[in-house]
Design a protein around this ligand. Structure first.
Ligand SMILES: [Zn+2]
Length: 116
């Protein structure tokens, strides 16, 4: 078995953690002015209500030093989780790769001539 292969439990744990990290990151990014929607209904008469703080994207970069450290740690963790899951998928793909066509395969090397 390939080292990159993960068990079902490991995959489930990694995927659950990835979901959690993504949500936490999304929350850290969320614009505090519009709550992440990118729009402010009360200002719909100004530029269609597009949030001026995040330019309508709903996201801002975390600014507080503490948030930034958390953010970097989470991004690193997410990167590692993606790498592990990606390596697992690649190992599974390699296992599932189609076998070479037997008609074009040269089997002569496997055959030892019978001599007596
Ligand atoms: Zn905003």
């Amino acid at each position: 078995m390939d080292d990159a292969m993960m068990t079902w439990d490991e995959i489930e744990t990694a995927q659950a953690r990835r979901r959690e990290v993504r949500l936490t990151l999304a929350d850290l990014y969320k614009c505090g002015n519009c709550g992440g929607t990118g729009h402010i209904a009360q200002f719909s008469h100004v530029s269609g209500g597009s949030c001026f703080k995040c330019s309508g994207s709903g996201r801002t970069q975390p600014r507080a030093k503490r948030d930034l450290a958390v953010f970097r740690a989470l991004e690193t963790e997410l990167f590692d989780l993606e790498a592990s899951l990606g390596a697992h998928n690649a190992a599974v793909d390699a296992l599932n790769a189609p076998l070479p066509d037997l008609d074009t395969l040269d089997l002569s090397a496997l055959l030892t001539p019978v001599s007596d």
